[in-house]
Design a protein around this ligand. Structure first.
Ligand SMILES: [Zn+2]
Length: 54
C-alpha cells in the first residue's frame, strides 16, 4: 500500500536567483519575478489551464 503520494515537483527555475520566489500555489521555488516571471510554477499553471479548459 503506497502512502507516499508523489506530489508533482516543478523543475528548478533557470533564471537569476533574484527572480526566484515561492509558487503561490505549492510553495516550490519558481521563476516568479522579473521578465517572464509568473506567481505560479509550471505544475500549478498547468492545473489552472486544465481547469480553464473544462
Ligand atoms: Zn506551484
Amino acid at each position: 500500500m503506497s502512502t507516499t503520494a508523489a506530489r508533482p515537483v516543478p523543475p528548478a527555475p533557470v533564471c537569476a536567483p533574484a527572480q526566484v520566489g515561492p509558487c503561490a500555489g505549492c510553495g516550490h521555488p519558481t521563476h516568479r519575478y522579473g521578465l517572464g516571471g509568473c506567481p505560479l510554477c509550471v505544475v500549478c499553471l498547468a492545473k489552472v489551464e486544465a481547469g480553464r479548459a473544462k
